[in-house]
Design a binder for this molecule. Structure first.
Ligand code: NOJ
Ligand code: CA
Length: 699
C-alpha cells in the first residue's frame, strides 16, 4: 500500500513539472527541458524518435556561493527561430546556413533573492547546442567554479573513437572501442608526451565521436571556448553517462567567473548518416561573427618549410652542441657552429627559390633564433626572446630575398611552455615580424606550462591563446598555434586563427608512426572544432633515408598523402617533405601545387569514421574541383559520383591513385597518374591500397 502511494505520488510529482519541448527546423530532432522534483534542471534529446541523450542533469557547482545545481523553478521560457546565411572569411563553403529553433529558459533559485540563470538551447537540423548564462540582472557578481555538472546520458554502450582525457595534450592515437571497454584500454592508450596530465581511468576528450548499435552517429564537443576551462568528460561506465570534467588551474579551481557572462556551448551533433557529421557547421554557427572590421589581410596559406628535416633528425634546430645557454648572455659568434644547423641563410634561400618556382605563398623556418640548445624539458623561464637570430640567419637579407621573389616568410615562435616569457616579448616579437615582412606565425607550447602548475587547457591558458590571437590581429598577423587547446570554432570570430595542431600530426610518422586509420577519424573528432596544421605531403615514407638512426615509416601510401589536402580541410596547408624529394616526383607534386585551399562548396561523398572518407570540393571562385579519398588499413574501392559537376559539360580529370602493387608497408611509393574525361554523369570506381587513397583534379 505504502509502495503504491509513493509511486502515485512520484508520478504526480513528475507530471506536475511541465517539460518544455523544442524541435529542430526539419523536425528530426527533438529535445525536452524540465526540472526534477528537487528543482534540478534536466534535458533529453532524440533524433527521428531514437534516443540520443536520455534524461541528463545540468548545473554548475561553485566553491564560494550557493551552487547552481538544484532548488530551481522556471521563471520564464522563451522560444524563437533563426535563419540566416553568412560568409566565412575562408572555409569549406562560401555560404553557411545558420538555422535553428531556440529555447531560453530562465530558472530561479527562490531560496536566494533575485538569483536566476538562463539555459539557452539551440536546436539545429544537425544537432543541439546549449550553454549557461549568468545575466547582469541576476544577483550575481564573482564566483568560482568547482565543477560543471553537465551530463550526457547515452542510450547504450556505443562504439567510441576516443582519446584519454588529459589537461595538457591531445597528441594520442585514437582508440576505437565500446565505451564499456574504455577502462580496460586506458593504460595502453596513455602514451608518453612532453606534457600530459590524465585525470581518470574513464576520462575522455572532446570532440568525442560515437556510433550507436541502432545506427546513430553522435559527436560531443563544445563551441566558443572563451575565458573558461576546456571540457573533458568522465564516463560513468555502469550507466553510460558522460559527466563534464573541466580542466583545473594550479590550485584546483575550474573557472573564475564574473557576471554578466556565459559558458561555452555544449554541442551534440547527430545524424544517421556519417557524412552529415562532416558536413555540420553547427560549431561555427554557435560562434560569434567576426569582430574584425578589416579582414582583407587574412588569406589562406600554402607553405613549405625548413621543418621535416628537423623532425626526422636529419638536421638540428640548435646552432651549437653545448648543453646550455643563457638568453642575452651567450655569445654565439664565439661558439662552434653545428654543421647540421638548418636555419642558415643559404639553405633558407634555396627554400625560397623552391617556393617561388612552384607557387607557394610562404616558407616556415624553425631554429632561427637563439635558445634552442636547451629549450626542451628544462622548465626554463627566460628561454627565447623571439627577436634574436642565430649568427648564420640573416633576417634582413632573407626578407629582401623573399620579397624579391614574392614569397612570404613564416615566423616560428616556440615558447617551450614558458607563456609568461612569451607575453613579456609578444609586442616586440610581432613588431619584429612586421618589420621583416612576416605575416604569419607558427607558435608552439611544448612542455609543461610556466607558470608552473597551469595546464595547457585551463582557463588561464585559454585566455592566453586568445590574447595572442587578438594581439596578432593588431599587427595583421595570422596565427597557427601548436600544442594549444583544441579548437572550438573560434576562427569564425577571429579568422586570423588559421590553424592549430592540437592532435597527433604528421610529425608522429617520424616518432614511431600514426595508425593507418588515423586520418579517417580526425575529421570526425579533432577537425570538428577547426582546421588542423596536419602537414601532409610526405613522399619519402622511409625516414631512415633522411636519418639512418630513425627507423620510423609513414603509415600511408604516397597517393594517400595527396588525398589529405582535400580530406583534411585547412586554409593552411604545408607541403611538408623536402624539396629534393619533390624534385624526384614532380608529376605527383603537381597535385599539391594545383590543389586549392579555399572553397565555394564541399561535397562529402562517402564517409565512415575509422574506415574511409571521400570528399570533393569546388575551388573558391574557380571552375576547378578537387577530390580526395582515403582508406584505413584495408584495401577498398571508392565510388566517386561526379554529379557535383555542372551538367552537360565535359571536363578533364587527372587521377593520382595508388599503383596496382601499392601497399603502405611494402610498397608505399607506388602511384599511377591517369587522365580521363568526366561529366556530371560519371561514376568512377577507384581502388585504394592498404592505407591508400587517391586525389583528383578536375578542370
Ligand atoms: C612541436 C611542433 O608540433 C613541431 O611542429 C615543431 O617543429 C616543434 N614542436 C618545435 O617547436
Ligand atoms: Ca606537436
Amino acid at each position: 500500500m505504502t509502495k503504491l502511494f509513493t509511486s502515485l505520488f512520484l508520478l504526480l510529482g513528475l507530471l506536475s513539472i511541465k517539460a518544455q519541448t523544442l524541435q529542430s527546423p526539419d523536425k528530426n530532432l527533438s529535445m525536452t527541458f524540465s526540472l526534477t522534483d528537487n528543482g534540478t534542471p534536466v534535458y533529453t534529446l532524440s533524433y527521428k524518435n531514437k534516443s540520443v541523450i536520455k534524461t541528463s542533469k545540468l548545473g554548475i557547482e561553485t566553491t564560494d556561493i550557493a551552487s547552481f545545481t538544484e532548488g530551481f523553478s522556471v521563471k520564464d521560457a522563451a522560444t524563437r527561430s533563426f535563419n540566416e546565411t553568412w560568409q566565412p572569411v575562408w572555409g569549406e563553403q562560401k555560404n553557411i546556413r545558420n538555422n535553428y529553433n531556440e529555447l531560453a529558459v530562465t530558472i530561479e533559485q527562490k531560496s536566494i533573492e533575485n538569483r536566476f540563470i538562463v539555459i539557452r538551447f539551440r536546436l539545429f537540423n544537425d544537432g543541439l547546442g546549449f550553454r549557461y548564462e549568468f545575466p547582469a540582472e541576476s544577483k550575481l557578481n564573482y564566483f568560482i567554479i568547482k565543477e560543471e555538472k553537465t551530463q550526457f546520458a547515452l542510450a547504450g554502450d556505443h562504439k567510441a573513437f576516443w582519446l584519454p582525457g588529459d589537461f595538457d595534450t591531445q597528441e594520442y592515437s585514437t582508440v576505437t572501442s565500446k565505451l564499456s571497454e574504455v577502462r580496460g584500454k586506458m593504460k595502453d592508450a596513455v602514451t608518453p608526451n612532453a606534457s600530459q596530465q590524465t585525470f581518470s581511468p574513464t576520462g575522455l576528450q572532446t570532440p568525442l565521436m560515437l556510433k550507436s548499435d541502432n545506427g546513430l552517429y553522435i559527436n560531443i564537443h563544445e563551441a566558443a571556448l572563451v575565458d573558461y576551462s576546456c571540457l573533458n568528460l568522465e564516463l560513468d561506465d555502469k550507466n553510460m553517462v558522460l559527466n563534464a570534467f573541466l580542466t583545473p588551474d594550479a590550485v584546483g579551481n575550474k573557472g573564475y567567473m564574473q557576471a554578466p557572462t556565459q559558458t561555452p556551448w555544449r554541442t551534440v551533433v547527430v545524424s544517421d548518416d556519417a557524412r552529415d557529421i562532416l558536413a555540420s557547421k553547427l560549431i561555427l554557427n554557435l560562434n560569434e561573427p567576426t569582430k574584425y572590421e578589416d579582414v582583407s589581410w587574412i588569406k589562406p596559406v600554402k607553405y613549405i618549410g625548413v621543418w621535416w628535416e628537423l623532425i626526422t633528425g636529419k638536421s638540428s634546430w640548435a646552432y651549437t652542441d653545448v648543453p646550455s645557454v643563457k638568453l642575452g648572455e651567450t655569445d654565439y659568434t664565439k661558439m662552434e657552429r653545428n654543421p647540421k644547423h638548418a636555419a642558415n641563410t643559404d639553405h633558407v634561400k634555396k627554400h625560397i627559390d623552391f617556393a617561388a618556382e612552384h607557387g607557394f605563398d610562404a616558407v616556415l623556418v624553425e631554429g632561427w633564433n637563439e635558445g634552442w640548445e636547451d629549450w626542451f624539458g628544462k622548465s626554463k623561464d627566460f628561454v627565447f626572446d623571439f627577436v634574436t637570430p642565430y649568427p648564420d640567419f640573416d633576417v634582413k637579407a632573407l626578407h629582401d630575398y623573399a620579397a624579391s621573389k614574392n614569397v612570404k616568410m613564416m615566423m616560428h615562435h616556440e615558447t617551450s611552455g614558458s607563456v609568461r616569457n612569451y607575453e613579456r616579448h609578444m609586442d616586440q616579437a610581432y613588431q619584429f615580424m612586421v618589420d621583416n615582412g612576416y605575416n604569419s606565425v607558427k607558435s608552439g607550447y611544448v612542455g609543461d606550462i610556466i607558470p608552473r602548475g597551469e595546464y595547457h587547457n585551463g582557463q588561464w591558458m585559454n585566455d592566453h591563446y586568445l590574447y595572442a590571437i587578438k594581439k596578432a590581429a593588431e599587427y595583421k598577423i595570422m596565427v597557427n598555434a601548436h600544442e594549444a587547446v583544441r579548437p572550438t570554432g573560434l576562427s569564425r570570430t577571429y579568422p586570423n586563427l588559421i590553424g592549430n595542431e592540437s592532435a597527433r600530426g604528421t610529425e608522429y610518422e617520424a616518432f614511431g608512426g600514426n595508425n593507418a586509420d588515423h586520418t579517417t577519424i580526425l575529421p570526425f573528432t579533432r577537425l570538428m572544432g577547426g582546421p588542423m596544421d596536419y602537414t601532409p605531403g610526405i613522399f619519402q615514407t622511409q625516414i631512415n633515408k633522411y636519418n639512418p638512426d630513425n627507423n620510423s615509416f609513414v603509415h600511408t601510401t604516397l597517393a594517400k598523402q595527396l588525398a589529405l589536402y582535400v580530406t583534411m580541410y585547412s586554409p593552411l596547408q604545408m607541403a611538408a617533405d623536402l624539396p629534393e624529394t619533390y624534385n624526384k616526383h614532380l608529376d605527383a607534386f603537381q597535385f599539391i601545387k594545383d590543389v586549392a585551399i579555399d572553397w565555394d562548396e564541399s561535397y562529402i561523398l562517402e564517409a565512415e569514421p575509422g574506415d574511409y572518407i571521400t570528399i570533393a570540393r569546388k575551388a573558391k571562385g574557380k571552375n576547378e574541383w578537387f577530390v580526395g579519398g582515403i582508406t584505413d588499413e584495408n584495401k577498398r574501392t571508392a565510388t566517386v559520383d561526379f554529379s557535383f559537376l555542372p551538367k552537360g559539360k565535359t571536363f578533364e580529370a587527372v587521377i593520382y591513385g595508388d599503383g596496382k602493387d601499392a601497399d603502405y608497408i611494402t610498397n608505399p611509393q607506388s602511384y599511377e597518374i591517369k587522365k580521363m574525361k568526366v561529366t556530371s554523369k560519371t561514376k568512377l570506381k577507384q581502388p585504394m591500397a592498404t592505407s591508400g587513397g587517391f586525389a583528383i583534379s578536375v578542370k
